[in-house]
Write a protein of this length. Sequence first.
Length: 402
Amino acid sequence: MKATTKLLQSIPVDELTGAISVPIYQTSTFVQEAPGVNKGYDYSRTGNPTRQALENIVAELEGGKVGLAFSSGLAAIDAVLRLLQSGDEVIAVDDIYGGAFRLFDKVYKKFGVNVTFVDTTDLTQVFNAITPRTKLIWLETPTNPTLKISDIAAIARLAQQLGVCLCVDNTFASPAGQLPLSLGADIVVHSATKYIGGHSDVIAGVVVTRTQELGDQIRFYQNACGAVLSPFDSFLLIRGIETLPLRVQAQSRSAQAIAAFLLQHPLVAHVYYPGLPSHPGHAIAAAQQQTFGGVVSFVLTDDSVEAAHAFVTRTRFFNLAESLGGVKSLIAHPATMTHASIPAERRRLAGVADGLIRLSVGLEDTEDLINDLQDALSASTYKGAPLAPQLNKQDIQWHRSN
Ligand SMILES: *Cc1c(COP(=O)(O)O)cnc(C)c1O
């Protein structure tokens, strides 16, 4: 059976009524025949049939043993971090999602959990950061917004040899684009708000574990801390998952065409997309991902906030908004939106230039999307200085190959 057939087969038909879509069990509690005698459910924080169906489907989708659904991506990340104790150390990817950085830096640090941020695209840096207290390696690949690629299998081998747990935030690739557990990771987390939900209508998170034991441990924290996903939102995720592979394949195809278009445009200085052979992580992405994903970032030759703001407010089909992964295309300016809280110096070190623009490619027609970008690029409404007159073609080539 091929993956998409298996996915649709994993969505159960309701045994009681034959309903082909998973019913929303909008209930807080379940009537018991006698104390402790029930039909498998007693209270919806602990377990709910709609959420359970979703959890089974995402476990299947990621090729893991246990799936767990949470009320946001950050709640899912938080549930994994509860495995740690005071004195434990974590090694994390240096351009980690801002909310995860805040959780480590402002919440877990005060409980004595210390994090070392390293460039995980370099295996040596990961190796050198490991100490006897390291308990967890935290990866994102591709990262946000410069789409850096880390070698999951190589880092998993290292983690296994040293008895360290490896968790991958797989939000950007989605389970249709990358399966970290099959590459040796122990845990996968998602902001299901993005590709898994896919329609920009729900905030949700999921965790999938390779082993039953790890799943049971995190399930304990799911129930003990309580940030569970509601039955209705669980239904919305199941509905989104039904078309996940199709959506991600189409979005990736469009993103590849858009990246190629931007790369040859004279007003674009740099394009970040793992599907481009010039991307430093291209070979690893090609080996470990099934698709290169629907996010493309780029820098205009006029690398300024003003030029970027003029551009992001000029597109017609790309709506200016945070988030990604939905069916409608979005455009964002990370320096003044998603990454605004990061100090300017740290932001630049992470490659988030003032003029960097991030696209989340949706399901509109590829040609329309390219024309939209073409029109926005050719509109001569750039305010202030002319477009980086000091840059000539040769410089642009240099930028691109770096
Ligand atoms: C959005 C996002 C999160 C946080 O998820 P929420 O659903 O917003 O809580 C975590 N990791 C990555 C990579 C994200 O893009």
